[in-house]
Design a protein around this ligand. Structure first.
Ligand SMILES: [Zn+2]
Length: 263
């Protein structure tokens, strides 16, 4: 018995091929078939699968041209009347140095900038910004937003459900005239979709648009392209906020509404 133990107990790692213990002290030669049984093919691995389907949507109305003036913020906020539940919040364009801020969490340092800049806002506002920015429905660099909860519920810590509808209005200053260009917009989404959300969103968007077009200083609807920052010569940089206008004859900054000065 003692003699048997003497050669049967061999630490397997000595032979470097797993738990194969050589019989009678002889090392077995590794054959082709033996290799296959020891290393299962990749298809044989049983996998636990994980997935998450996120869905975000938004709708935007036509734009309405308004005469700018005093109390623009109050006028924008009043355009949510009849639809906003609770408070609305004004979100001014991002500071120039935060032009890369983004709610895409993996995108550093933009996501850190985004969180730092927006962390004091309400959960509804942050949710609205995430939805509207992820689907590219707004340009946070030059548009002023007024957003709130428009339909549905929030959870116990104040975040809207996936089928809640958020939004309000987005505005910017027209470069040529200094008028204010305003459009209504709604957004929703998250971990799920519900069949009637799209229809509710359309109904609310129509109501908001009527509010926008009903502003005392409304001139009419306009088709506007988004102002793009200038990339070539001819653009004018706003002395007040640093926004680069793509239009060489811009008179008013689309971001802050101040008159552009030329050198
Ligand atoms: Zn400006």
């Amino acid at each position: 018995m003692k003699a048997l133990l003497g050669y049967a107990w061999v630490p397997p790692q000595v032979f470097g091929d797993g738990w194969t213990v050589p019989l009678f002290g002889k090392s077995r030669r590794k054959g082709q078939d033996q290799t296959q049984t020891q290393q299962p093919l990749l298809e044989e691995v049983s996998a636990h699968e994980f997935s998450l389907k996120l869905s975000y949507s938004a709708k935007s109305s036509e734009s309405v041209r308004l005469k700018g003036g005093q109390e623009m913020a109050r006028r924008l906020q009043s355009m949510l009347f009849g639809y906003v539940q609770g408070e609305s919040e004004l979100v001014e364009p991002l500071p120039v140095e935060l032009g890369q801020a983004t709610p895409f969490i993996a995108s550093m340092p933009g996501s850190a900038q985004w969180l730092k800049y927006h962390h004091n806002r309400s959960p509804v506002t942050r949710h609205a910004l995430v939805v509207l920015e992820l689907v590219d429905a707004v340009d946070p660099v030059f548009e002023t937003l007024v957003v709130g909860l428009l339909d549905g519920q929030v959870d116990t810590v104040g975040y809207p459900d996936y089928n809640a509808i958020v939004g309000g209005v987005a505005s910017h200053w027209d470069e040529m005239t200094g008028d204010v260009i305003v459009r209504a917009l709604v957004g929703w989404g998250g971990k799920g979709v519900r069949g009637d959300t799209d229809r509710n969103a359309s109904r609310i968007l129509s109501g908001l648009f009527i509010n926008v077009a009903g502003d005392n200083h409304a001139i009419g609807t306009v088709v506007v392209d988004r102002p793009q920052p200038a990339v070539g010569p001819g653009g004018v940089v706003c002395a007040h906020c640093g926004f680069s206008s793509g239009h060489e004859r811009a008179f008013y900054c689309p971001k802050c509404g101040m008159r552009m000065s030329r050198a």
